[in-house]
Design a protein around this ligand. Structure first.
Ligand SMILES: [Zn+2]
Length: 116
């Protein structure tokens, strides 16, 4: 996991963006554990260089990497649960919010977005 000092400060803050950044970076941890460090790094750099040699600019080549897309998917999945109340809000329910979401929607930890 590679975090800048700013990124590390964000992860350890209470800001929702910290959890999202962590989800992104932990996806990379899962990726290199799955593939092995050498294969992960080789594939990552190879894919990046292939896109650059094909004419893509840095930002485009980076954002289109399969590893980055998967990590972004994990980060964006947290958008849906970022507005869930935690235990400290005292909602009067017996069950914790994450248990309610699980039991109401089996097999999926995601919660319907209020944004529509
Ligand atoms: Zn990334």
């Amino acid at each position: 996991m590679f975090l800048s000092p700013e990124g590390a400060a964000l992860v350890f803050s209470d800001a929702p963006d910290g959890a999202r950044l962590l989800a992104h970076e932990l996806t990379h941890v899962r990726q290199y554990r799955r593939a092995g460090a050498a294969v992960f790094l080789g594939s990552y750099v190879g894919e990046y260089l292939g896109r650059r040699l094909a004419g893509a600019r840095h930002a485009q080549a980076y954002c289109e990497l399969s590893f980055e897309r998967e990590a972004e998917k994990a980060r964006l999945a947290l958008e849906d649960i970022s507005d869930v109340d935690d235990c400290s809000t005292g909602s009067g329910q017996d069950e914790a919010p994450w248990r309610r979401s699980r039991s109401s929607k089996r097999g999926s930890p995601r919660i319907e977005s209020k944004k529509g």
